[in-house]
Design a protein around this ligand. Structure first.
Ligand code: CUK
Ligand code: CUA
Length: 636
């Protein structure tokens, strides 16, 4: 049996993390940090920071540099606060081939790009559990599309995008058999596969479609990033468990000194797909879209997918050895350098795209991995960052020739130079940093200025809140030679990747209210006089309006136990920031928050006779408390 190789320093680091009591190092903040994060009352932040919510399935939006929480956007989780996933209009957003799945684990975010620069149109989000990719419209901060992935499990290396948002990519974390065959788990090598899904994005509407899937050997795809500039046609994935272990992962899956960076030529793949080199196979997956005109989500089930097998498509996929279970796979702004972060490695390998292309041309291979050529390590290597710290995870770039890598085990951010691979600076994080984010830091044009570290452990940084403490983000000023810690702020759920853009890119594009005359919801009520109650069998449709300060109708009778009552509430306001809410006593569903000009429907099936008060939940005017009514439910 091969012994697991763990450098001594790791053992020491892990031991010290467990044994020593962490000291609160609040004193580490120096100088003028306070004035750099102070955003005066009434003033705006400079950047929007979108932060993944991890196991809460949502995306949170902060202002930078203040760290003020601006909004929670429900994506893969039901959200009773505004009825997302509960209202009749939004239920279908969470549909999958296994019915409505109300929760997921959200890890990575990517802002749409044009020519490698942020364009402020959409935000893409992955679901790590039930494989899905979502698109959020940045003019409404609403989730407007969710696409499920077939032949995948644990959609982790997603939703990274190409320079012109041509494709969003989604890679399998857990290999599974294609289809749902009943096979022994021990047949992993023969029957299990990882897949890289390429989702095309419509230039105008943003609508996603699963273009093709590249079938790869059984292993775990971890993270990815698209090429840019010279490497525009390529996508790079990190992989682990290339030992193809299916049990005792710790022992079997980290034996080899190296795993791989997988380089995929997506332009070639596109050509092969067009030339009919793929195989269309049956595969069921849900595609959910929210139609802003009809204000309604619909879900359709797709029935097949195009598979591309590297065996039939030469020159499409290559592998580059990368030390010890690489996690992050990041490309610098020029698109020449590929940084692979081996979680268990004591160095950071940096690969050169041009050397990789030359190595492919010269056939500098050291064999193959189930038919995929393996490029020699040295042939693709630009160099190694020596002694960067312990547990390198993720790298971001400032656009000035510097890279910043998070060190999970030694809890620090390390700044190094792309030119000579020398470490330039280090700053502690509190504690155990995961992802890093520089505004635009994974694009061609980083905005620089700030870096945010998203930490896994908070310990003593905030007031204690019982057994569970807030996770945290830390803001650093990176405009000088030395990083300066400016601010800690708590985050919601577990933050993984994040994105930020200058507020000016989306601030002016915000939808302030929906034009009531363009309301295409089939249950809209255009004016209080049209409010009405219509019965058909045991279905009751209540056409209700809300405007300061009444709900019409406010007395509803003639409803019996067991009726399906649909409250279609139209907010008649045509003014910014005047939502109305709607809730009914004893309704096991949720409440609604209806934006001005919008119609939203809440279903209620009363089980008991009685009088049920209902009311507006959003304090909307001096007469808000009066905005209420009664539903009478009579025996059958
Ligand atoms: S993972 Cu979270 S720290 Cu899911 Cu991107 Cu690396
Ligand atoms: Cu409407 Cu309160």
């Amino acid at each position: 049996m091969k012994k697991i190789f763990l450098p001594l320093c790791f053992v020491a680091a892990i031991a010290s993390l467990q044994s020593c009591k962490m000291k609160n190092t609040a004193a580490a903040v120096q100088g003028d940090a306070d004035s750099k994060v102070y955003v005066a009352p009434g003033k705006y932040d400079e950047y929007y920071n979108f932060v993944s919510g991890g196991f809460n399935g949502q995306v949170s939006v902060y202002g930078l540099p203040s760290g003020r929480l601006l909004k929670l956007i429900p994506v893969f989780s039901m959200f009773p606060e505004n009825g997302y996933g509960y209202s009749e209009e939004t239920k279908a957003m969470l549909n999958t081939t296994n019915g409505q799945i109300p929760w997921d684990d959200q890890h990575h975010l990517e802002l749409s790009q044009t020519n490698g620069e942020q364009d402020g149109r959409w935000l893409f989000a992955n679901a790590n559990n039930t494989p899905r990719v979502a698109r959020i419209d940045l003019s409404t901060f609403k989730t407007v599309e969710i696409l499920q992935m077939p032949n995948s499990a644990g959609n982790h290396s997603s939703p990274f995008i190409t320079e012109n948002t041509e494709y969003v990519v989604a890679g399998t974390r857990f290999s599974v058999p294609l289809g749902s065959e009943d096979v022994p788990i021990s047949s992993f090598k023969q029957n299990f596969h990882s897949t890289a899904s390429f989702i095309s994005v419509d230039k105008n509407s943003g609508n996603m479609a699963l273009a093709f899937q590249i079938v790869l050997p059984g292993m775990n795809l971890d993270l990815s990033h698209a090429g840019k500039g010279p490497s525009h046609d390529w996508f790079f994935f990190s992989s682990y468990n290339t030992e193809q272990a299916y049990t005792l992962l710790e022992v079997n899956a980290s034996q080899k000194d190296k795993d791989y960076i997988i380089a995929v030529n997506w332009k070639k793949a596109e050509e092969y797909a067009k030339a009919g080199k793929g195989k269309k196979v049956p595969a069921e997956y849900a595609h959910n879209t929210f139609d802003e005109g009809k204000q309604l989500a619909t879900s359709v089930i797709e029935h097949d997918v195009l598979l591309l097998d590297p065996k039939d498509c030469p020159d499409m996929v290559y592998m580059i050895p990368c030390p010890k279970s690489p996690h992050g796979c990041d490309l610098d702004p020029t698109g020449e350098y590929i940084v692979g972060s081996g979680k268990l490695a004591a160095l950071i390998p940096v690969f050169s795209f041009s050397k990789m292309i030359k190595a492919i041309g010269d056939k500098q291979f050291e064999g193959d991995f189930q038919g995929i050529p393996i490029i020699k390590y040295e042939a693709a290597l630009y160099g190694e960052v020596q002694k960067p710290g312990l547990g390198p995870l993720h790298t971001e770039f400032d656009g000035k020739g510097n890279a910043y890598t998070s060190m999970f085990l030694s809890s620090e951010v390390v700044k190094w130079s792309l030119k000579d691979l020398k470490v330039l600076d280090r700053a502690p994080t509190y504690y155990s940093v995961g992802h890093l984010m520089i505004p635009g830091g994974d694009t061609k044009k980083p905005w620089g200025k700030y870096l945010v570290a998203y930490n896994k452990i908070t310990k003593d940084r905030f007031l204690p809140t019982g057994p569970e403490l807030a996770q945290s983000a830390q803001l650093y000023d990176i405009s000088g030679d030395k990083m300066q810690l400016l601010l800690d702020f708590p985050t919601i759920g577990e933050p993984h990747y994040a994105q930020a853009l200058p507020a000016s890119l989306i601030q002016g594009k915000q939808v302030k209210y929906y034009d009531i005359n363009k309301n295409g919801n089939e249950f809209v009520t255009l004016g209080e006089k049209k409010a009405n109650v219509v019965r058909k069998g045991n279905r009751v449709d209540v056409y209700m309006t809300a405007i300061r300060s009444h709900l019409v109708p406010d007395n509803i009778e003639g409803v019996s136990v067991g009726d399906d009552v649909y409250f279609h509430v139209t907010n008649l306001e045509q003014d910014w920031d005047i939502p109305h809410g709607f809730a009914i006593k004893n309704n096991p569903n949720a409440e609604l928050l209806i934006m001005p000009g919008e119609t939203v429907t809440l279903k209620f099936t009363p089980q008991k006779q009685g009088i049920y008060p209902f009311y507006c939940t959003d304090f909307c005017s001096a007469l808000h408390q009066e905005m209420s009514g009664y539903l009478r439910v009579s025996p059958k």
